[in-house]
Design a protein. Structure first.
Lengths: 303, 303
C-alpha cells in the first residue's frame, strides 16, 4: 500500500493542506477557512478536515486513503497543554498525526528543515527559534493578551485611536476619515460595528494603517513604528541563538520591510517554502525519527 | 393605588435596585450580579429582574405591584441604538421604564439632579456631562475598544507587561511574582488561564497594580500613570462645559486620588448619592416631565 504525507498549516484566516506521495512530490492541495484554536477549537478541526478533504480530492484520492496517511499539523496555541490535548484527542483517522505549533511548521518551511528562526506578522504574531536542540517561542499569546505588531493589533490600535480622537482625548488622525469610509460610520456606530469584531476583522484594517503612515499621518506612523520596534526587539532575541537563517513571514512581511531597522533587515533571509510544505517536512522528519522530542510540544520549550 | 419608583443601576460587577414610595422614602433595596449589555444582554435583563425582585421582597411587596411602579434604568452601552432597542423591547411589566446610560444615572446620583459631570473608573470606565441641555459621553467604549483607566484596562495592561517581561521583550516587573502567586502560574499557563478572562477577571488584578506602583515598580507605575493621565484629560474636557459640580466615581476612585493632577483634584466634589438613587431621581424627573429629551438616548448626545 502506498503511504502518503499531509502537511497542514492552520492560521487565523486560512487553513492550507499539501498532500505528498512517498517520494516527496506534492500531489494535492486544499484550502479552507480559519483554523485558530484561540478562536474556536471546533472551527479549527472543521477547517483542518475541510482542507484535507480538498487536498485528497485535488489528488484524485478518496477518504479511505487517510489511514495510510501521516499528517503533520501546525496550529496556533498547541504549546498550551489544554489546546494540545483537545486537538490530539480528535479522532482524525490518519495513520498518525504529529501536532506542533504553526510557528514550528513555518520554521521548517522557511528554512527547509528544523533549524532556524522565524517571526510571523499576519493576522496574529509570534516568533520561534530552533537551534541545536533549543526550541523557544516568543509572543504568540493570542489577540487578547498579545499578538503585538500583528494585523489585528494594528487595526485594533487604530480603532482605539480614532475613538480617542473623536472624544477630543487624543490627536486627530486621517484614520478617522478612512474608517468612516470603510465602515461607513463614526463614533458610537464604530463601537456598535466593532465591539464583536474578530481579530481577522481588525486585521483587515491594517493595510489602511500602513497607507496612512506612508502618507504622513502621525498617529498611524506611531502605531506602525510601535509594531516595527517590537519586531526589531524580537529579532535581536532570536539572533542571540545564532540561528543559521532567520525569516520574517506572514501577510505583513512586505509592509513592515520599510519600517524595520537596518540590522534586522540584514539578518533576514527570504523564506524557502510555505508553512504547509514545512508541515510536510516536519511529519516526514518525525516519521524518520530525527529530531525527536516529547509528544507534548509544550514540554520541549525552554522557559 | 399607591405609585412606586424603582431606580436601577447596572454595572460590570453588580446590579443594584432601590425602591421608593411616592413620598421619596426608600422602602427596599436589592442587589444581583453583572448587568453589562456589552457582555450579555440576556444576563443584563436577568440581573435587572433579580435586583428588582430582591428590592420588592425587601419592601414586603409582591410582583403585582410592578404595574404601579415606574422604573429608571441605567445601563452601559444603551447610547447605542441596537442595545437601546433590545432592552427597551423587553416585556418588563413596569408602569413605565425610562432607560438611559449608567453614566447619566450616576450623574443624577452624584449631584442630586440632572446637572454636573462624572468620571467613572470601576471595572469599566466612562464620563458624562450634562449642562444647560448639552449632554455628552466620553469613553464608555467597552472593554475591547476602550475603557481606558478602568480596572479591566489596568489588569489587562499588567498581564501583557508580565508576558512581555517573560519573553525578555520588556522590562522586568514585580507584577510577575504577584501574578505567579495569585494565578499560581507563569508563562504559557498565564495565557491558558487568562485568554478567556472577562473584564471583571482582569479588574480583580487592578489593586495589585496600584500596590506594585506604590512599592516603586516602574512598569506598574507607568500603567497607573497612563490611566491617571487619561482621567486628567477627560476631566479637562468635562470642565470646559462649566459644570456646577464634577465627581470621580467607581471602585478605583480612592486608588486614583494620589495619581491625579492637582487641578483635577481641586475640581472634584464628593458624590452626594449612589447611582441607583440617581436612577430614582432620574425616573421621578422624567415622570414629572422636567428635562425631557428624546426617547432614544443616543439622539440626545452631541457628537
Amino acid at each position: 500500500m502506498q503511504t502518503y504525507f499531509l502537511g497542514i498549516d492552520g492560521g487565523g484566516s486560512k487553513c492550507r493542506a499539501s498532500l505528498s506521495a512517498e517520494d516527496g512530490s506534492i500531489i494535492g492541495r486544499g484550502i479552507s477557512g480559519s483554523a485558530n484554536p484561540f478562536q474556536s477549537i471546533d472551527r479549527t478541526i472543521e477547517s483542518v478536515t475541510a482542507s484535507v478533504a480538498a487536498a485528497l480530492e485535488d489528488a484524485g484520492l478518496n477518504e479511505g486513503q487517510l489511514r495510510y496517511t501521516h499528517a503533520g499539523v501546525g496550529l496556533a496555541g498547541v504549546n498550551m497543554p489544554s489546546f494540545y490535548r483537545k486537538i490530539a484527542d480528535w479522532p482524525h483517522g490518519f495513520a498518525s498525526m504529529h501536532l506542533t505549533t504553526d510557528l514550528e511548521v513555518a520554521c521548517y518551511g522557511a528554512h527547509g528543515g528544523p533549524h532556524g528562526a522565524v517571526m510571523v506578522a499576519g493576522t496574529g504574531s509570534g516568533a520561534f527559534v530552533s537551534v541545536n536542540g533549543q526550541r523557544r517561542i516568543y509572543g504568540a499569546h493570542g489577540f487578547t493578551l498579545g499578538d503585538t505588531a500583528s494585523g489585528a493589533w494594528l487595526g485594533h490600535k487604530a480603532v482605539r485611536a480614532v475613538l480617542r480622537a473623536e472624544d477630543g482625548l487624543g490627536p486627530s488622525t486621517a484614520l478617522s476619515a478612512v474608517f468612516a469610509e470603510t465602515a461607513g460610520k463614526r463614533g458610537v456606530n464604530i463601537i456598535e460595528r466593532m465591539m464583536t469584531s474578530t481579530p481577522r476583522d481588525f486585521a483587515t484594517l491594517a493595510p489602511a494603517v500602513f497607507d496612512a503612515a506612508a502618507d504622513g499621518d502621525a498617529v498611524a506612523g506611531d502605531i506602525v513604528a510601535g509594531g516595527a520596534s517590537y519586531l526589531d526587539r524580537v529579532a535581536r532575541r532570536l539572533w542571540e541563538y545564532d540561528p543559521p537563517r532567520m525569516s520574517l513571514l506572514g501577510g505583513l512581511r512586505e509592509r513592515y520591510a520599510n519600517h524595520l531597522s537596518g540590522t534586522t533587515l540584514e539578518r533576514l533571509s527570504p523564506p524557502a517554502e510555505q508553512p504547509e510544505v514545512g508541515a510536510l517536512l516536519y511529519v516526514r522528519s518525525r516519521i524518520r525519527g530525527d529530531n525527536r522530542h516529547d509528544a507534548d510540544v509544550s514540554a520541549g520549550f525552554s522557559e
